[in-house]
Design a protein around this ligand. Sequence first.
Ligand code: ISJ
Length: 363
Amino acid sequence: MSDTPKDLEGLRQRIDQLDSDIMRLISERAECARSVAETKTKDDPQAVFYRPEREAQVLRRIMELNDGPLDSEEMARLFREIMSACLALEQPVKVAYLGPEGTFTQQAALKHFGESAISLPMAAIDEVFREVEAGAVNYGVVPVENSTEGVINHTLDSFMDSSMRICGEVVLRIHHHLLVSDNTRRDKVSRIYSHPQSFAQCRKWLDAHYPQAERVPVSSNAEAARLVKTEWHSAAIAGDMAAKLYGLTRVAEKIEDRPDNSTRFLIIGNQDVPMSGDDKTSIVVAMRNQPGALHDLLEPFHRHQIDLTRLETRPSRSGVWNYVFFIDFRGHRDEPRVAAVLEEVQVRAAELKVLGSFPMGVL
Ligand SMILES: C=C(O[C@@H]1C=C(C(=O)O)C=C[C@H]1O)C(=O)O
């Protein structure tokens, strides 16, 4: 038998030894990060400790180096937490997110900054913008698009009135569950609470399984979960964080219509992020209302072979039937090729605002 207690004991001793080694190395790493912070403050008392481009490079390198048995994403998640803890030793990052507590946006914030970040819930997207603008927090996290339901207009519109820049992005797989409380009569569910986006993402499943139940839209999934606690005939559609926060049970898991259902979130701040080696740029452009305007706008991207990743149109705030275009493309504004395109677009556009160049989401 290979699993004799003696073998087991040997293995456990080996694990204890390895844990001591890992701990010593993590402490050494933390000391190093602390020295980096000291060096930064020496040069500039206002220095920002958190460096999105450096963190992206650290995580990408770990994923490249890793050859199992843990998969690379899992390994990167562990390093995400190590970095988060190292940074918190000097100054924990303060992050405002679209709340309340338990929303997918909070999950996205923690995925991006790690569990040592201080995350503060805000009641609305523009409040997240205002909080960052006022300097009350270092960064904000807001949803921008969902793979099933499309763009979150409120976020795009907030950029029109704000000087905030995009410092990063994070993509989260969104799994919805049908949740009930201990008091719920599961066979008598006549009302389901959720956020309109979540209803839309689970429409077919609901039509098939709860065609008669009243669907009541509320301001967030977490709010839906909270309401269920007090009603015996109600259920909620929400994610794991909300379920855990309110102690609800999953009656049906992963009920989203599309298995690849994901949401992209933006990290907003007031920092220009240097190149990380794999970056994206977001701009917003107003064109004069004339024939061929969109073609004129896109032509330089095509000529310089720049890969567009997204194009959204929103009504402009000035004048009826005027539009602005939100464009995302691969590359950083400091790359000569990208700088050349931006210069050309500037000439052709009535208005151009670069919302930011930032590292492609790693995790
Ligand atoms: C240590 C640094 O500062 C912070 C901590 C990092 C880390 O722990 O690896 C990485 C980037 C910064 O957010 C640095 O700039 O290298």
